[in-house]
Design a binder for this molecule. Structure first.
Ligand code: ZN
Length: 259
């Protein structure tokens, strides 16, 4: 089954430090198995949600903030049978690579793409995409036979990003705060509405919630995005799996997306 599982939906230091939402990253089961942004607890959540880290093909780290990279070394050990087997890839933003020890780098194939670069993880074609207004960070597009899955990572909104967000079957946006908040380094709900209107994904998924977003209820905020953009929108939940094999398309109601 091609699927996307959220091993965490928290973002920002206070949500992550309180674990009010988990911070284990996003597990993609496409032509390759990939863990995106292994923050604090990635291994624990991987096991909690019955994923096998020895089946991972790659670990992706979008930038050097703790909620995105902290458990990269733990996951490298889990992926490589305790570094006994050199296997799998580490795809990592250039400035984040120094955070990973030499010892752990040697256990994997290290890829350091620049925004715009395309590469393959086994039979899955991937493109690193830019971000704007945040510490150096990369988003990613996964061109699966089940459709394109696009992950924004942490970014502000900029017109130049829209072309990378277009043609997505599932667009995952790190939407840290609710509507009406002033924020220049991240997306809020108002900016996600703008992106939804311009990029028109088949399904929009909001994740990486900060305290204010949690306090104002992510489901309610997602419903607002859907109402104002006409794009089917979900607020991710910890442990949520989207089944990409059996989608019934838009307009059928959110339950169709769940396993
Ligand atoms: Zn973040």
């Amino acid at each position: 089954m091609a699927s996307i599982t959220f091993l965490g939906t928290g973002g920002g230091r206070f949500v992550v430090l309180s674990q009010r939402r988990y911070s284990g990253g996003i597990w993609l089961d496409l032509e390759s198995r990939i863990l995106l942004d292994p923050g604090p607890g990635a291994l624990i959540r991987t096991l909690e949600f019955n994923m096998n880290p020895e089946k991972l093909d790659a670990l992706f780290v979008s930038h050097r903030h703790l909620d995105h990279y902290s458990d990269a070394e733990v996951m490298i050990e889990a992926m490589t049978h305790g570094t006994k087997k050199k296997r799998g890839s580490l795809v990592i933003e250039r400035n984040t690579l120094p955070y990973i020890s030499e010892y752990h780098r040697k256990a994997v194939n290290v890829l350091v793409p620049m925004a715009g670069d395309e590469f393959w993880i086994n039979k899955l074609r991937v493109q690193a995409i830019p971000t704007v207004g945040h510490v150096n960070s990369l988003g990613f597009r996964f061109h699966s036979k089940n459709g394109t899955v696009t992950y924004s990572s942490d970014t502000n909104l900029d017109e130049s990003l829209i072309r990378y967000y277009r043609n997505a079957r599932v667009l995952i946006l790190n939407c840290i705060s609710p509507s009406g908040t002033e924020i220049k380094t991240h997306l809020n709900v108002d900016k996600t509405i703008e992106i939804a209107l311009k990029a028109k994904p088949e399904l929009l998924v909001l994740t990486h919630f900060g305290m204010q977003m949690l306090n104002s209820n992510p489901e309610k905020e997602a419903a607002r995005v859907e109402r104002e953009s006409g794009i089917e929108t979900l607020a991710a939940r910890d442990g949520m799996t989207l089944d990409l094999d059996n989608l019934s398309g838009t307009g059928e109601g959110n339950l169709d997306w769940f396993r």
